[in-house]
Design a protein around this ligand. Structure first.
Ligand SMILES: [Zn+2]
Length: 177
């Protein structure tokens, strides 16, 4: 599978910035570019993938995630399985790009009658995709993914979430400036 095919599968969305009750501000590519100097390279790659949404931005993020994945594999003595190491990079990118907002209340936690959304029990979060679905996205054997590589995918996702915090912090500051 080529990188661009993978990115198509990832279903890249380019609007994802929640500042709470004040609504969703528009993050422009210009704002992201202006924030470049205040972020680590990894965070900037993630910011571009999420807020600019060019195919090349998604591919750059995938490369970054693969690098992190190889690093984790080395540091933790994971069995060397190139397909799996790359597969969990796809998973981590997928999950960070699709944070899983409840599709009924769109993450607002309330239904149209201003009552707690029943579909998500007022969490605003969608259910995580099933492990079967994730194995499919990673193009991996279901059992092998579930037993061995899913926890590793979650480790990798945590690394991206740390970068995400940096992105949100810097962009928030840029918006307030
Ligand atoms: Zn909901």
């Amino acid at each position: 599978m080529s990188r661009s095919e993978i990115m198509t599968r990832l279903n890249v969305k380019n609007v994802r910035f929640d500042v709470g009750s004040g609504g969703i501000p528009v993050i422009t590519p210009e704002l992201v570019a202006g924030a470049c100097a205040y972020m680590s390279r990894g965070a900037y790659t993630l910011a571009r993938a999420i807020h600019c949404g060019e195919a090349s931005d998604g591919i750059a993020l995938l490369k970054e995630a693969e690098k992190l994945s190889y690093g984790l594999a080395r540091d933790n003595g994971w069995n060397y399985n190139e397909k799996a190491i790359k597969g969990i990079a796809v998973i981590a990118c997928f999950l960070i790009m699709n944070p899983g907002r409840c599709k009924w209340c769109k993450g607002t936690k309330f239904n149209t009658h201003a009552k707690q959304c029943q579909a998500c029990n007022g969490t605003g979060q969608a259910k995580d995709p099933s492990l079967r679905k994730l194995a499919e996205i990673a193009d991996m054997d279901n059992e092998n993914y579930r037993k061995r590589w899913h926890p590793r995918a979650m480790r990798l996702l945590a690394e991206l979430q740390i970068l995400m915090c940096e992105v949100d912090r810097v962009l928030k500051r840029q918006l307030d400036a």
